[in-house]
Design a protein around this ligand. Structure first.
Ligand code: AP5
Length: 216
């Protein structure tokens, strides 16, 4: 089963994708994670993407669709969770082509509906363990022991360079202008399902599960 998790920055796409990976053996394909890895490696793609990401703007369609194509080949038919991709109409069309070429299709486009004002607080408070990546939040999800990762015990944490208020506002504007308009492309095909992304994480997870299990 291939699904898209769609929603603005901070809607909870990564949170739900990680959970689906663990519970269903699906594979999270996050273009944001792929681009951050490229930036960290200093690869040619990373060098092109760094400033664009730090400004909160979108990286070129050709770059991200090429990254997705490579990863689809690598996961060899396991169910994909597209997280942060597609983000434009051109990417949506490219994804259709990539799936068709591999004899696959999309089952669901799950839109996480959220209140934008809450997103700024969610994102600007987010940080993660520098060693294992476990996610935390200044207000809602602090480590149990101050300054120590619950999962691996590391005392090093990091924040994303694009998680400041000014950049988050640009990311939200990009979402409204370029990504939200792709919903009708999927609505025409009856693929869109909506979930209340403001509910607690476990409730969002239960609603997503119900869709994937055909129970909602
Ligand atoms: P990307 O990495 O995709 O970031 P994003 O879409 O801005 O999404 P986030 O990762 O910020 O949020 P999320 O929805 O995954 O939320 P999360 O689960 O972390 O993209 C970064 C940049 O890369 C882009 O700006 C662009 O430059 C570039 N890029 C990436 N893909 C591209 C593409 N296809 N085309 C062009 N450019 C591209 O949750 C957020 C916080 O909220 C966490 O602290 C979490 O714990 C908390 N939380 C989650 N769910 C809940 C809940 N239900 N209740 C309370 N708190 C919650």
């Amino acid at each position: 089963m291939n699904i898209i998790l769609l929603g603005p920055p901070g809607a909870g796409k990564g949170t739900q994708a990680a959970r689906l990976e663990a519970s269903r053996g699906m594979v999270q394909l996050s273009t944001g994670d792929m681009l951050r890895a490229a930036v960290a490696q200093g690869s040619p793609v990373g060098l092109q993407a760094k400033a664009v990401m730090e400004a909160g703007e979108l990286v070129s369609d050709a770059i991200v669709s090429a990254l997705i194509g490579e990863r689809l080949d690598a996961i060899a038919g396991k169910g994909a969770i597209f997280d942060g991709y597609p983000r434009t109409r051109a990417q949506a069309e490219a994804l259709d082509l990539l799936l068709t070429e591999r004899g696959q299709k999309l089952e669901h486009v799950i839109e996480l509906e959220v209140d934008e004002d809450a997103l700024v607080e969610r994102i600007t408070g987010r940080f993660s363990c520098a060693r294992c990546g476990a996610p935390y939040h200044d207000k809602y999800n602090l480590p149990k022991v101050d300054g120590t990762c619950d999962v691996c015990g590391s005392r090093e944490f990091k924040r994303r360079p694009d998680d400041n208020e000014e950049t988050v506002r640009t990311r939200l504007a990009e979402y409204r202008a370029k990504t939200a308009p792709i919903l009708p492309y999927y609505e025409e095909r009856g693929l869109v399902r909506r979930v209340d992304g403001m509910a607690p994480v476990e409730e969002v997870a239960a609603a997503v599960d119900a869709i994937l299990d055909g129970a909602a």
